[in-house]
Write a new protein. Structure first.
Length: 117
């Protein structure tokens, strides 16, 4: 089992920045990737970004590419999501996940990000 805990959400004005963190614990020795999804009110959960553990390859959704940066700390099994130039459409609950396969296998509880206009 892998436990996933997010932190760092909050309220920010449009154009501002936030940094989310996510820590994985437990059986993390065989992680394939970690990443983030988000879910806005009334919408389906959507992919945001991920980073693979073997070579740090990163992937982003079109809506965040160029504004969000995912990074990792191997020693601590943590990932961070640096978000800049936020806009109200980024308002959502952000969920971190850990995957031992190419799919998310373990999820955090989510952290709220609210961007005011």
């Amino acid at each position: 089992q892998v436990q996933v805990v997010e932190s760092g959400g909050g309220l920010v004005q449009a154009g501002g920045s936030l940094r989310l963190s996510c820590a994985a614990s437990g059986r993390t020795f065989n992680l394939y990737a970690m990443g983030w999804f988000r879910q806005a009110p009334g919408k389906e959960r959507e992919f945001v970004a991920r980073i693979t553990w073997s070579d740090s390859t990163t992937y982003y959704s079109d809506s965040v590419r160029g504004r969000f940066t995912i990074s990792r700390d191997n020693a601590e099994s943590t990932v961070s999501l640096q978000m800049i130039n936020l806009n109200p459409e980024d308002t959502a609950v952000y969920y971190c996940y850990a995957g031992i396969t190419s799919r998310p296998n373990y999820w955090g509880q989510g952290t709220q990000v609210t961007v005011s206009s």
